[in-house]
Design a protein around this ligand. Structure first.
Ligand code: N2P
Length: 394
Protein backbone atom coordinates (compact mmCIF):
# COMPACT_ATOMS: atom_id res chain seq x y z
CA UNK A 1 0.00 0.00 0.00
CA UNK A 2 1.23 3.45 -0.91
CA UNK A 3 1.97 5.81 1.94
CA UNK A 4 -0.75 8.34 1.00
CA UNK A 5 -3.29 5.56 0.75
CA UNK A 6 -2.29 4.33 4.14
CA UNK A 7 -2.85 7.82 5.64
CA UNK A 8 -6.22 8.03 3.93
CA UNK A 9 -7.23 4.66 5.37
CA UNK A 10 -6.09 5.64 8.86
CA UNK A 11 -8.00 8.91 8.57
CA UNK A 12 -11.17 7.08 7.50
CA UNK A 13 -10.83 4.59 10.32
CA UNK A 14 -10.30 7.40 12.82
CA UNK A 15 -13.34 9.32 11.66
CA UNK A 16 -15.43 6.16 11.66
CA UNK A 17 -14.34 5.30 15.20
CA UNK A 18 -15.10 8.80 16.43
CA UNK A 19 -18.49 8.78 14.77
CA UNK A 20 -19.35 5.43 16.33
CA UNK A 21 -18.23 6.61 19.71
CA UNK A 22 -20.35 9.73 19.39
CA UNK A 23 -23.51 7.81 18.42
CA UNK A 24 -22.99 5.22 21.08
CA UNK A 25 -21.79 7.70 23.69
CA UNK A 26 -24.66 7.16 26.05
CA UNK A 27 -24.40 3.44 25.75
CA UNK A 28 -20.71 3.40 26.30
CA UNK A 29 -20.88 5.15 29.65
CA UNK A 30 -23.85 3.15 30.92
CA UNK A 31 -22.62 -0.11 29.59
CA UNK A 32 -21.20 -1.56 32.80
CA UNK A 33 -24.54 -1.55 34.62
CA UNK A 34 -26.88 -3.29 32.27
CA UNK A 35 -24.24 -5.51 30.74
CA UNK A 36 -22.74 -7.07 33.85
CA UNK A 37 -25.34 -8.31 36.32
CA UNK A 38 -28.60 -8.62 34.46
CA UNK A 39 -27.34 -11.12 31.98
CA UNK A 40 -26.63 -13.65 34.67
CA UNK A 41 -29.67 -13.26 36.88
CA UNK A 42 -32.19 -12.76 34.13
CA UNK A 43 -31.10 -15.67 32.03
CA UNK A 44 -34.32 -17.68 32.40
CA UNK A 45 -36.48 -14.85 31.09
CA UNK A 46 -34.04 -14.01 28.35
CA UNK A 47 -34.58 -17.37 26.69
CA UNK A 48 -38.07 -16.28 25.72
CA UNK A 49 -37.17 -12.96 24.14
CA UNK A 50 -34.21 -11.90 22.02
CA UNK A 51 -31.45 -10.72 24.31
CA UNK A 52 -31.13 -7.34 22.67
CA UNK A 53 -34.75 -6.52 23.46
CA UNK A 54 -34.87 -7.88 26.99
CA UNK A 55 -31.85 -6.04 28.30
CA UNK A 56 -32.74 -2.41 27.85
CA UNK A 57 -36.31 -2.75 29.20
CA UNK A 58 -35.75 -5.07 32.10
CA UNK A 59 -32.20 -4.79 33.22
CA UNK A 60 -31.77 -1.31 34.62
CA UNK A 61 -34.94 -1.31 36.73
CA UNK A 62 -34.46 -4.28 38.97
CA UNK A 63 -30.99 -5.49 38.56
CA UNK A 64 -28.04 -3.90 40.14
CA UNK A 65 -30.31 -2.77 42.99
CA UNK A 66 -28.65 -3.25 46.33
CA UNK A 67 -30.81 -3.55 49.44
CA UNK A 68 -31.04 -0.44 51.62
CA UNK A 69 -28.73 -0.45 54.67
CA UNK A 70 -31.63 0.24 56.99
CA UNK A 71 -35.40 -0.06 56.88
CA UNK A 72 -38.17 1.05 59.21
CA UNK A 73 -41.07 -1.25 60.01
CA UNK A 74 -44.28 0.59 60.87
CA UNK A 75 -46.06 -1.84 63.16
CA UNK A 76 -48.56 -2.26 65.97
CA UNK A 77 -46.87 -2.02 69.38
CA UNK A 78 -45.63 -5.24 71.05
CA UNK A 79 -46.07 -7.14 67.84
CA UNK A 80 -42.66 -8.67 67.19
CA UNK A 81 -40.22 -10.89 69.03
CA UNK A 82 -37.53 -8.33 69.88
CA UNK A 83 -34.81 -10.84 69.00
CA UNK A 84 -35.97 -10.96 65.40
CA UNK A 85 -34.53 -7.63 64.33
CA UNK A 86 -31.03 -8.50 65.56
CA UNK A 87 -31.17 -11.87 63.84
CA UNK A 88 -32.17 -10.22 60.57
CA UNK A 89 -29.34 -7.69 60.82
CA UNK A 90 -26.88 -10.47 61.55
CA UNK A 91 -28.01 -12.43 58.51
CA UNK A 92 -28.23 -9.57 56.03
CA UNK A 93 -26.38 -6.55 57.41
CA UNK A 94 -29.62 -4.55 57.11
CA UNK A 95 -30.58 -2.60 60.22
CA UNK A 96 -34.19 -2.32 61.31
CA UNK A 97 -35.95 0.52 63.04
CA UNK A 98 -39.54 0.36 64.25
CA UNK A 99 -42.25 2.93 64.61
CA UNK A 100 -45.72 2.16 65.99
CA UNK A 101 -49.31 2.96 65.19
CA UNK A 102 -52.36 2.13 67.32
CA UNK A 103 -55.09 1.47 64.80
CA UNK A 104 -55.63 0.83 61.10
CA UNK A 105 -57.18 4.26 60.79
CA UNK A 106 -54.04 5.89 62.24
CA UNK A 107 -51.83 3.97 59.84
CA UNK A 108 -54.00 4.89 56.88
CA UNK A 109 -54.18 8.57 57.83
CA UNK A 110 -50.43 8.74 58.32
CA UNK A 111 -49.65 7.31 54.91
CA UNK A 112 -52.40 9.27 53.19
CA UNK A 113 -50.81 12.33 54.77
CA UNK A 114 -47.66 11.58 52.76
CA UNK A 115 -45.45 9.88 55.36
CA UNK A 116 -42.35 8.37 53.79
CA UNK A 117 -39.54 6.25 55.12
CA UNK A 118 -41.58 3.21 56.09
CA UNK A 119 -40.55 0.10 54.17
CA UNK A 120 -42.86 -2.45 55.77
CA UNK A 121 -46.31 -1.72 57.18
CA UNK A 122 -48.71 -4.10 58.93
CA UNK A 123 -52.36 -3.29 58.11
CA UNK A 124 -55.30 -5.59 58.79
CA UNK A 125 -57.30 -7.26 56.02
CA UNK A 126 -59.94 -4.58 55.36
CA UNK A 127 -57.31 -1.85 55.41
CA UNK A 128 -55.20 -3.73 52.87
CA UNK A 129 -58.26 -3.64 50.58
CA UNK A 130 -58.52 0.14 51.01
CA UNK A 131 -54.80 0.65 50.40
CA UNK A 132 -54.79 -1.48 47.24
CA UNK A 133 -57.81 0.42 45.96
CA UNK A 134 -56.02 3.72 46.59
CA UNK A 135 -52.80 2.58 44.91
CA UNK A 136 -50.84 2.90 48.15
CA UNK A 137 -49.04 -0.46 48.00
CA UNK A 138 -46.14 -1.77 45.92
CA UNK A 139 -46.48 -5.09 44.15
CA UNK A 140 -44.29 -7.75 45.72
CA UNK A 141 -41.60 -9.44 43.68
CA UNK A 142 -42.20 -13.07 44.60
CA UNK A 143 -38.74 -14.03 43.31
CA UNK A 144 -37.34 -12.21 46.34
CA UNK A 145 -39.67 -14.06 48.74
CA UNK A 146 -39.07 -17.77 48.15
CA UNK A 147 -40.35 -18.58 51.65
CA UNK A 148 -43.86 -17.74 50.46
CA UNK A 149 -44.10 -21.47 49.89
CA UNK A 150 -44.32 -21.89 53.68
CA UNK A 151 -47.66 -20.10 53.97
CA UNK A 152 -50.70 -22.19 54.68
CA UNK A 153 -52.54 -22.29 51.29
CA UNK A 154 -55.59 -20.83 53.05
CA UNK A 155 -53.63 -17.59 53.36
CA UNK A 156 -52.84 -17.36 49.66
CA UNK A 157 -56.49 -17.02 48.63
CA UNK A 158 -57.59 -14.09 50.75
CA UNK A 159 -60.42 -11.95 49.42
CA UNK A 160 -58.47 -8.72 49.89
CA UNK A 161 -55.33 -9.88 48.08
CA UNK A 162 -55.65 -13.18 46.19
CA UNK A 163 -52.26 -14.64 45.31
CA UNK A 164 -50.46 -12.35 47.79
CA UNK A 165 -49.79 -9.82 45.07
CA UNK A 166 -49.33 -6.99 47.58
CA UNK A 167 -49.09 -8.48 51.06
CA UNK A 168 -48.07 -11.45 53.10
CA UNK A 169 -50.08 -12.44 56.19
CA UNK A 170 -48.09 -11.78 59.39
CA UNK A 171 -50.26 -13.00 62.26
CA UNK A 172 -53.98 -13.40 62.86
CA UNK A 173 -56.11 -13.17 65.95
CA UNK A 174 -59.41 -12.34 67.59
CA UNK A 175 -60.97 -9.49 69.54
CA UNK A 176 -62.83 -10.19 72.78
CA UNK A 177 -62.57 -9.57 76.51
CA UNK A 178 -59.62 -10.01 78.86
CA UNK A 179 -60.11 -9.84 82.62
CA UNK A 180 -58.29 -10.00 85.93
CA UNK A 181 -58.89 -13.49 87.32
CA UNK A 182 -57.84 -12.57 90.89
CA UNK A 183 -60.15 -9.62 91.25
CA UNK A 184 -63.06 -10.79 89.13
CA UNK A 185 -64.49 -14.25 89.48
CA UNK A 186 -67.42 -13.94 87.12
CA UNK A 187 -66.82 -11.67 84.17
CA UNK A 188 -69.90 -10.99 82.02
CA UNK A 189 -70.54 -13.75 79.46
CA UNK A 190 -72.47 -11.39 77.23
CA UNK A 191 -71.59 -8.05 75.67
CA UNK A 192 -74.64 -6.84 77.61
CA UNK A 193 -72.45 -6.72 80.71
CA UNK A 194 -70.08 -4.39 78.89
CA UNK A 195 -72.47 -2.11 77.02
CA UNK A 196 -75.18 -2.06 79.70
CA UNK A 197 -73.02 -2.36 82.81
CA UNK A 198 -74.79 -1.48 86.05
CA UNK A 199 -73.27 0.70 88.72
CA UNK A 200 -73.00 -2.21 91.10
CA UNK A 201 -71.15 -4.40 88.61
CA UNK A 202 -67.60 -4.59 89.98
CA UNK A 203 -66.17 -3.66 86.56
CA UNK A 204 -68.32 -0.54 86.21
CA UNK A 205 -65.85 2.31 85.63
CA UNK A 206 -62.98 -0.14 85.62
CA UNK A 207 -62.93 -1.26 82.01
CA UNK A 208 -61.62 0.07 78.72
CA UNK A 209 -62.84 -0.31 75.16
CA UNK A 210 -60.53 -0.31 72.17
CA UNK A 211 -59.92 3.09 70.62
CA UNK A 212 -60.88 1.70 67.26
CA UNK A 213 -64.00 2.71 65.35
CA UNK A 214 -64.64 -0.52 63.47
CA UNK A 215 -63.80 -2.80 66.40
CA UNK A 216 -66.06 -0.98 68.84
CA UNK A 217 -68.94 -0.70 66.39
CA UNK A 218 -68.49 -4.39 65.48
CA UNK A 219 -68.83 -5.42 69.13
CA UNK A 220 -71.93 -3.23 69.62
CA UNK A 221 -73.54 -4.44 66.37
CA UNK A 222 -72.80 -8.08 67.18
CA UNK A 223 -74.41 -7.57 70.61
CA UNK A 224 -77.49 -6.02 68.98
CA UNK A 225 -77.74 -8.99 66.60
CA UNK A 226 -76.80 -7.03 63.48
CA UNK A 227 -74.18 -7.51 60.78
CA UNK A 228 -70.95 -5.95 62.07
CA UNK A 229 -70.44 -4.38 58.63
CA UNK A 230 -73.95 -3.02 58.33
CA UNK A 231 -74.70 0.02 56.21
CA UNK A 232 -78.18 0.39 57.69
CA UNK A 233 -78.17 3.82 59.29
CA UNK A 234 -80.97 3.00 61.75
CA UNK A 235 -78.96 0.05 63.09
CA UNK A 236 -75.87 2.20 63.30
CA UNK A 237 -77.76 4.91 65.14
CA UNK A 238 -78.91 2.30 67.65
CA UNK A 239 -75.34 1.09 68.09
CA UNK A 240 -74.12 4.65 68.52
CA UNK A 241 -76.72 5.36 71.23
CA UNK A 242 -75.76 2.14 73.00
CA UNK A 243 -72.11 3.19 72.94
CA UNK A 244 -72.90 6.66 74.25
CA UNK A 245 -74.89 5.20 77.15
CA UNK A 246 -72.11 2.71 77.84
CA UNK A 247 -69.60 5.52 78.33
CA UNK A 248 -70.46 6.01 81.99
CA UNK A 249 -69.17 2.52 82.79
CA UNK A 250 -66.05 2.88 80.68
CA UNK A 251 -62.82 4.35 82.07
CA UNK A 252 -61.26 5.00 78.65
CA UNK A 253 -60.54 3.94 75.09
CA UNK A 254 -57.13 2.34 74.76
CA UNK A 255 -55.23 0.17 72.27
CA UNK A 256 -51.78 0.03 73.80
CA UNK A 257 -51.85 -0.34 77.60
CA UNK A 258 -55.20 -1.94 78.37
CA UNK A 259 -53.73 -5.34 79.14
CA UNK A 260 -51.31 -3.87 81.72
CA UNK A 261 -54.15 -1.99 83.38
CA UNK A 262 -56.03 -5.27 83.75
CA UNK A 263 -52.95 -7.15 84.98
CA UNK A 264 -52.10 -4.48 87.55
CA UNK A 265 -55.70 -4.49 88.82
CA UNK A 266 -56.37 -0.86 87.97
CA UNK A 267 -59.06 -2.15 85.64
CA UNK A 268 -60.95 -5.41 85.94
CA UNK A 269 -61.58 -6.05 82.28
CA UNK A 270 -60.94 -4.72 78.82
CA UNK A 271 -62.02 -5.08 75.22
CA UNK A 272 -58.91 -6.06 73.30
CA UNK A 273 -56.83 -8.40 71.18
CA UNK A 274 -56.24 -11.97 72.33
CA UNK A 275 -52.44 -12.07 72.08
CA UNK A 276 -51.99 -8.83 74.01
CA UNK A 277 -53.81 -10.34 76.99
CA UNK A 278 -51.99 -13.64 76.72
CA UNK A 279 -48.59 -11.93 76.60
CA UNK A 280 -49.52 -9.90 79.67
CA UNK A 281 -50.76 -13.09 81.36
CA UNK A 282 -47.15 -14.35 81.26
CA UNK A 283 -46.11 -11.31 83.24
CA UNK A 284 -49.02 -10.87 85.65
CA UNK A 285 -50.30 -14.45 85.84
CA UNK A 286 -53.82 -13.25 86.54
CA UNK A 287 -55.33 -12.60 83.12
CA UNK A 288 -57.72 -14.69 81.09
CA UNK A 289 -59.43 -14.04 77.77
CA UNK A 290 -62.70 -15.07 76.13
CA UNK A 291 -65.09 -14.28 73.31
CA UNK A 292 -68.49 -13.16 74.64
CA UNK A 293 -71.37 -15.48 73.81
CA UNK A 294 -72.72 -13.37 70.93
CA UNK A 295 -69.32 -13.49 69.19
CA UNK A 296 -66.46 -11.18 68.30
CA UNK A 297 -64.16 -10.25 65.44
CA UNK A 298 -61.37 -12.11 63.70
CA UNK A 299 -58.65 -10.42 61.66
CA UNK A 300 -55.50 -11.06 59.67
CA UNK A 301 -52.62 -8.57 59.81
CA UNK A 302 -50.26 -8.37 56.84
CA UNK A 303 -46.78 -7.25 55.84
CA UNK A 304 -47.02 -4.85 52.91
CA UNK A 305 -44.69 -2.36 51.23
CA UNK A 306 -45.85 1.22 50.65
CA UNK A 307 -45.83 2.32 47.02
CA UNK A 308 -43.53 5.25 47.79
CA UNK A 309 -40.40 3.25 48.78
CA UNK A 310 -37.15 3.36 46.82
CA UNK A 311 -36.11 0.21 44.89
CA UNK A 312 -33.39 -0.33 47.52
CA UNK A 313 -35.89 -0.16 50.39
CA UNK A 314 -38.28 -2.42 48.52
CA UNK A 315 -35.66 -5.10 48.08
CA UNK A 316 -34.64 -4.89 51.76
CA UNK A 317 -38.33 -5.03 52.74
CA UNK A 318 -38.87 -8.14 50.62
CA UNK A 319 -35.83 -9.70 52.28
CA UNK A 320 -37.37 -8.94 55.67
CA UNK A 321 -40.72 -10.44 54.63
CA UNK A 322 -38.88 -13.52 53.44
CA UNK A 323 -37.05 -13.69 56.78
CA UNK A 324 -40.34 -13.56 58.73
CA UNK A 325 -41.64 -16.42 56.57
CA UNK A 326 -38.77 -18.67 57.63
CA UNK A 327 -40.31 -21.60 59.56
CA UNK A 328 -38.27 -20.93 62.73
CA UNK A 329 -38.74 -17.18 62.67
CA UNK A 330 -42.49 -17.51 62.05
CA UNK A 331 -42.71 -19.87 65.00
CA UNK A 332 -40.69 -17.52 67.26
CA UNK A 333 -42.94 -14.64 66.30
CA UNK A 334 -46.21 -16.48 66.91
CA UNK A 335 -45.15 -18.10 70.17
CA UNK A 336 -43.69 -14.90 71.57
CA UNK A 337 -46.78 -12.85 70.80
CA UNK A 338 -49.47 -15.50 71.34
CA UNK A 339 -50.99 -14.65 68.00
CA UNK A 340 -51.69 -17.30 65.38
CA UNK A 341 -49.16 -17.81 62.60
CA UNK A 342 -50.34 -18.24 59.01
CA UNK A 343 -47.10 -20.15 58.36
CA UNK A 344 -47.74 -23.86 57.89
CA UNK A 345 -44.06 -24.78 58.12
CA UNK A 346 -43.84 -22.88 61.45
CA UNK A 347 -46.82 -24.76 62.84
CA UNK A 348 -45.16 -28.04 62.00
CA UNK A 349 -42.31 -27.27 64.38
CA UNK A 350 -44.32 -25.30 66.95
CA UNK A 351 -44.65 -26.20 70.61
CA UNK A 352 -47.93 -28.10 71.20
CA UNK A 353 -48.71 -25.69 74.03
CA UNK A 354 -48.93 -22.94 71.44
CA UNK A 355 -50.64 -24.69 68.58
CA UNK A 356 -53.18 -26.40 70.86
CA UNK A 357 -54.02 -23.20 72.73
CA UNK A 358 -57.72 -22.54 71.99
CA UNK A 359 -57.29 -18.87 72.86
CA UNK A 360 -54.75 -18.56 70.04
CA UNK A 361 -56.33 -20.97 67.56
CA UNK A 362 -60.06 -20.86 68.33
CA UNK A 363 -61.95 -24.14 67.98
CA UNK A 364 -64.71 -24.41 65.32
CA UNK A 365 -67.59 -23.55 67.68
CA UNK A 366 -65.91 -20.23 68.58
CA UNK A 367 -64.66 -19.64 65.04
CA UNK A 368 -68.29 -19.83 63.86
CA UNK A 369 -69.07 -16.75 65.99
CA UNK A 370 -66.21 -14.62 64.69
CA UNK A 371 -66.69 -12.02 61.97
CA UNK A 372 -64.27 -10.15 59.77
CA UNK A 373 -64.43 -6.36 59.51
CA UNK A 374 -64.98 -5.59 55.81
CA UNK A 375 -64.00 -2.54 53.75
CA UNK A 376 -67.03 -0.31 53.12
CA UNK A 377 -65.72 2.24 50.64
CA UNK A 378 -67.28 5.67 51.00
CA UNK A 379 -69.56 4.42 53.75
CA UNK A 380 -66.55 4.21 56.08
CA UNK A 381 -67.02 7.93 56.70
CA UNK A 382 -70.46 7.31 58.24
CA UNK A 383 -68.83 5.06 60.86
CA UNK A 384 -66.21 7.71 61.46
CA UNK A 385 -68.83 10.44 61.96
CA UNK A 386 -70.80 8.30 64.44
CA UNK A 387 -67.59 7.37 66.26
CA UNK A 388 -66.71 11.05 66.62
CA UNK A 389 -70.14 11.57 68.16
CA UNK A 390 -69.53 8.71 70.61
CA UNK A 391 -66.10 10.02 71.56
CA UNK A 392 -67.25 13.59 72.09
CA UNK A 393 -70.49 12.77 73.95
CA UNK A 394 -70.51 13.74 77.63
C1 N2P B 1 -50.70 -6.03 68.91
C2 N2P B 1 -51.94 -5.56 68.26
C3 N2P B 1 -52.66 -6.62 67.50
C4 N2P B 1 -53.13 -6.15 66.19
N1 N2P B 1 -50.38 -5.24 70.03
C5 N2P B 1 -54.57 -6.06 66.01
N2 N2P B 1 -54.90 -6.11 64.65
Amino acid sequence: MQRKHLFALIAILLIATMALAACGGAKATEAPKPAEKPAATEAPQATEAPKEEAKPTEAPKEEGVKPADEIVVYNWSDYVDPEMYGMFTEQTGIKIGEDNFSSNEDLLAKLQGGATGYSVIVPSDYTVAIMIEEGMLAELDHDNIPNLKNLDPEFTKLYYDPGNKYCVPYLWGTTGIGYNTELLENPPKSWKGIFEAKEDDPWFGRMTLLDDVREVFSAALIYLGYDNNTQDEAQLEEAKNLLIKAKKGVSGYDNDNYEDLVGSGENLLAHGWNGDFLQAADEYENIDYYIPEEGGTIWIDNMCIPANVTPEQKLAAEMYINFVLDPKVGDMLGEYNYYATPNKASLEIADPEYKDNPLVFPPPEIRAKLHFIKPLGEFESVYQRLWDEVKSAQ
